[in-house]
Design a protein around this ligand. Structure first.
Ligand code: NIG
Ligand code: FE
Length: 414
C-alpha cells in the first residue's frame, strides 16, 4: 500500500461538518490554509496543516506541489445519460428556429432517434463512447459519474447498455454508477399500452439486473410525453420490493413527479424546473435530494430549477450535467453549475456542496464528497490561490491534477 503526503495547498476545502440540507455560507467550507492530505492506499487518513503532517508522517512519499494550488473534493456528477450514440444537433437547430417538441419528434428527432442510433451501435463502440465521455468529465475534476440506460428500451438493448456502462467503468479511473432508465418513454415499436410495457420490463428485466449485478437504481421519466403517476406507481413499487433505490425525472415541464418521489421515498427528484412552492415545500420536508440540471435548461432554453427557493426552504440540492444528446449536450459540470449560481444567487458553498457530498448523498454514497479522514482520496487540484475562482471563471479554470482513489489519474502541464 502506498503512503503519500500531498501538498502544500494554499486552501484545502474539507467541506467537513456541512449539513446535508439547507442554505450554506462560504464561511462553512472548512478551509485549511497551508493544508496537506495524507493518504494510505485509496483512502484519506488525515488532512491538516502541511508542515505538521510532514513531520508526523515522515516515512510517507511526499508529493510536493511547487506554486499556488488549492484542493477540492473530486466532483460527483449524479445524473447523466452518457451511454448514447448519435447526435441531435438538428433538434437543437429546429428548437431554436421555433419548432415544438412534437414537430421535432415528427421530423425524426427526440429520444426515439437516439434509441435507434444506440440500438444500432455495437457494444464495443458504446463502451468507447461512454469511456471517452467519462474521461472528458474527469478533466473537469469529476471522479464519480452516474450513468443511465434509457436509449435501449427493450430487455436486450437495456442489458446491452448497462453492460457497456459497467465495462466502460473498467476502462476509466472514474467510478461509474449505473441506473436503469428503461422507463424513459414507451418505445414506438412496443405493441401495447404504457402499463403493459412497464409490466414487461419489470417482469423480464428487473430480475436480470439483480442476478447480473448491473444496477441497484431504477429511474423513470414522469411527464405527459412519457409516463403518468398512475402508470408508473406499480412499476416503482415492484422495484422497491426487489430492493432497488428509486430516482425520478420529475417536474421538468409539468408537476406531479416530485410529489410521487416524496411519497415513495425516492433517493432523488431530478429536473424540477416546473416545481411550484407546493412541490418545493414537500421536497424540503423530505429526505429526497433535489437535483438541478442547469445544462438542460440551457439546452432547451427554458426556466432554471428554483434552487434558491429549495435551499431556503431547507432542501438538499445537488447539481448535475444531465449530459445527453437531446436536452443537455454540453457535458460541463462546473460551467453549468456556475451559470445556475448566477441565475439563482447560490453561494460558492452551495454550488460546491451540490457537486460533492450532496451529490454523493443523491447516489447514497457515504464514502466520498468531503476531504476528511476515512473518505476516498478523490480530489481535484486547481492552479489558483482562491477557491472563488472556480465558479467565477465558470468552468474556464480547469484542474491541473486529478486524484482518484489515491492515484494521480489526470494532469496537465502548464
Ligand atoms: O433528462 N427528460 C428526459 N430525459 C432527458 C432527455 C433525453 C433526451 O432528450 O434524449 C433529460 O433531459
Ligand atoms: Fe436526465
Amino acid at each position: 500500500m502506498k503512503n503519500q503526503l500531498i501538498g502544500p495547498f494554499k486552501q484545502l476545502l474539507t467541506m467537513r461538518n456541512l449539513p446535508l440540507k439547507g442554505a450554506l455560507q462560504d464561511s462553512q467550507l472548512g478551509i485549511i490554509s497551508n493544508g496537506g492530505i495524507y493518504v494510505e492506499g485509496e483512502y484519506i487518513v488525515e488532512v491538516g496543516d502541511y508542515d505538521h503532517l510532514r513531520e508526523k508522517y515522515s516515512e510517507a512519499s511526499p508529493v510536493v506541489l511547487y506554486g499556488e494550488y488549492i484542493a477540492v473534493p473530486g466532483f460527483i456528477d449524479c445524473h447523466t445519460h452518457i451511454a448514447f450514440a448519435g447526435n441531435r444537433a438538428n433538434d437543437f437547430a429546429l428548437r431554436n428556429a421555433g419548432s415544438s417538441y412534437l414537430e421535432i419528434a415528427a421530423a425524426g428527432g427526440g429520444i426515439w432517434s437516439t434509441v435507434q442510433h444506440t440500438r444500432a451501435c455495437t457494444m464495443e463502440t458504446l463502451i468507447e463512447l461512454t469511456t471517452s465521455r467519462a474521461e472528458y468529465l474527469l478533466q473537469q475534476g469529476v471522479t464519480t459519474v452516474e450513468v443511465k440506460s434509457g436509449y435501449g428500451l427493450n430487455v436486450e438493448e437495456e442489458l446491452k447498455t448497462l453492460c457497456a456502462i459497467k465495462a466502460a467503468g473498467a476502462h476509466t479511473s472514474v467510478d461509474l454508477i449505473t441506473t436503469c432508465l428503461a422507463a424513459h418513454m414507451k418505445p414506438r415499436d412496443f405493441e401495447g399500452s404504457a402499463s403493459e410495457y412497464l409490466e414487461y420490463i419489470a417482469t423480464n428485466l428487473f430480475p436480470l439486473l439483480k442476478t447480473e449485478d448491473l444496477t441497484h437504481r431504477i429511474d423513470a421519466f414522469i411527464e405527459e410525453s412519457a409516463f403518468s403517476v398512475e402508470e408508473i406507481q406499480p412499476y416503482l413499487s415492484r422495484a422497491q420490493e426487489l430492493g432497488f433505490d428509486i430516482t425520478l425525472h420529475a417536474d421538468q415541464f409539468t408537476t406531479s413527479g416530485s410529489k410521487l418521489a416524496v411519497a415513495m421515498g425516492a433517493v432523488s427528484a431530478d429536473h424540477l424546473e416546473a416545481s411550484t412552492s407546493e412541490e418545493i415545500a414537500l421536497l424540503s420536508q423530505s429526505d429526497v435530494v433535489a437535483v438541478a440540471l442547469p445544462a438542460a435548461s440551457l439546452g432547451l432554453g427554458c426556466a432554471f430549477t428554483p434552487a434558491r427557493a429549495l435551499l431556503d426552504a431547507g432542501a438538499s440540492l445537488a447539481i448535475a450535467t444531465d449530459w445527453n444528446p437531446g436536452s443537455a449536450p454540453m457535458g460541463q459540470l462546473v460551467t453549468s453549475a456556475s451559470i445556475l449560481a448566477s441565475n439563482q444567487k447560490l453561494t460558492n458553498a452551495e454550488v460546491l456542496a451540490a457537486i460533492t457530498y450532496r451529490a454523493a448523498h443523491a447516489l447514497r454514497l457515504a464514502d466520498r464528497g468531503r476531504l476528511v479522514t476515512g473518505q476516498l482520496a478523490d480530489f481535484a487540484i486547481y492552479p489558483t490561490d482562491n477557491y472563488q475562482n472556480i465558479t467565477y471563471q465558470q468552468g474556464a479554470l480547469q484542474p491541473q491534477f486529478v486524484w482518484k482513489r489515491g492515484e494521480l489519474v489526470y494532469s496537465i502541464t502548464s
